[in-house]
Design a protein around this ligand. Structure first.
Ligand code: ADP
Ligand code: AMP
Length: 217
């Protein structure tokens, strides 16, 4: 299954991708995670991405498309993948189409987790991530059993530098301008389905799985 998981920042893409990875045994490809790893390692890519991420703007298309092209060419993507947070512009969507053509692959489904803007700042500001295993929590909606400690591995939780109210406002305006047009783009392609991301995490997972069951069956 070649899946594309869309939605505004804080919609729950990463949270749901982890569940789909478990169920379908396909890798999650998150450009945001790839950029954060590059920043941590201090690579050239990380240097290019950091300023944009801190400002809440998009990393330039040519940089982003390059890393996705390399990643999708790897062997573990042959049995399917979940793209999370890519594409984010119509240019990226067109580039993805070319990459998939070259690899002889087709998208199976485009899933949009729809969440209105008024929910998203609270979701992002309350987001906490495990330093050890990368698991995502929320201080209110998905709290760890022990404060600031990962349920899975005992690692310490941290807050992303761009998960502030100010940066989120910028990220949401970038979403409206550059990423929302992708909804119409994929509606026209005919692969588009959306789920109501205001619901509890488990309910969103259930709805996504229902959509995918109908594709599989
Ligand atoms: P994205 O990858 O789309 O930016 P995340 O999956 O990281 O979003 O989720 C953003 C924050 O919202 C996290 O703290 C997560 O625990 C929380 N969250 C995710 N889905 C829901 C939901 N359905 N209801 C409430 N909070 C959620
Ligand atoms: P995310 O983890 O998806 O919230 O992404 C965090 C940040 O990484 C974004 O605010 C952008 O600066 C950058 N980023 C992630 N994915 C993309 C993409 N597809 N195109 C451009 N920038 C991206």
């Amino acid at each position: 299954m070649q899946l594309l998981l869309m939605g505004p920042p804080g919609a729950g893409k990463g949270t749901q991708a982890v569940k789909l990875v478990e169920k379908y045994k396909i890798p999650q490809i998150s450009t945001g995670d790839m950029f954060r790893a590059a920043v941590k390692e201090g690579t050239e890519l990380g240097k290019k991405a950091k300023a944009c991420m801190d400002a809440g703007t998009l990393v330039p298309d040519e940089v982003t498309v390059g890393i996705v092209r390399e990643r999708l060419a790897k062997d573990d993507c042959k049995g399917g993948f979940i793209l999370d947070g890519f594409p984010r512009t119509v240019e990226q969507a067109k580039a993805l189409e070319k990459i998939l053509d070259e690899l002889n692959l087709k998208l199976t489904k485009v899933l949009n987790i729809r969440v209105p803007a008024e929910f998203l700042i609270e979701r992002a500001v309350g987001r906490r991530i495990c330093k050890g295993c990368g698991a995502t929590y929320h201080v209110k909606f998905n709290a760890p059993k022990v404060e600031d400690t990962c349920d899975n591995c005992g690692g310490k939780l941290y807050q992303r530098a761009d998960d502030t109210e100010e940066t989120m406002k910028k990220r949401l305006s970038v979403y409206e301008e550059s990423t929302r047009p992708l909804i119409e783009y994929y509606e026209k392609v005919g692969l588009y389905t959306e789920v109501d991301g205001r619901q509890p995490i488990e309910k969103v997972t259930e709805e996504l799985e229902n959509v995918l069951n109908s594709v599989e069956g």
